[in-house]
Design a binder for this molecule. Sequence first.
Ligand SMILES: [Zn+2]
Length: 181
Amino acid sequence: MTSPERIRWRRSVAVGDPAAGRLLRGVRLPSSGEHFFTWDPVKRRSPNRYWRRWGTDRLVRLLLRVAREYHTAHPGAPRMAIGDLSRPGGGDFGPQFGYIGHATHQNGLDADVYYPRADGLERAPRYASQINRRLSQELVDRFVAAGAVIVYVGPNTGLRGPPGVVQAIVNHDNHLHVRIR
Ligand SMILES: [Zn+2]
């Protein structure tokens, strides 16, 4: 399945901080592609809405690359599930945008990626008990190897990585959160 959406590449600027920032000339991640699909955490369906999938060009490139390499390694596994990035111009992405919102995701450097499910369905898991731990750890490792500065994982997932980069925090038992520099 290929996406009809073409990516409009441009040099983006991440302004300020992930918790208080903006995004200039952001790039929109397509709703799906050969190697990934997107997931709306509020409506709990695929694809994610267009205004929740904006990042810097570097972030979008990194997501596409990890998704491609992961899918190539596991052609029979579900495609990588990408959730929220930032809003079109960045800025506040709090609870007024649905569910619990995000304290960060404000300047195009953050993305949520759902763990692969143990049952192989292409939808987001809800609980740590539903994830394929081996494939989830592999995704964490791939983002660390790709140069992520932070990968948040859930405390009940058992996922690990280099201290200071991979950190366990609440509300991340069904997805990892990756941040680039
Ligand atoms: Zn996040």
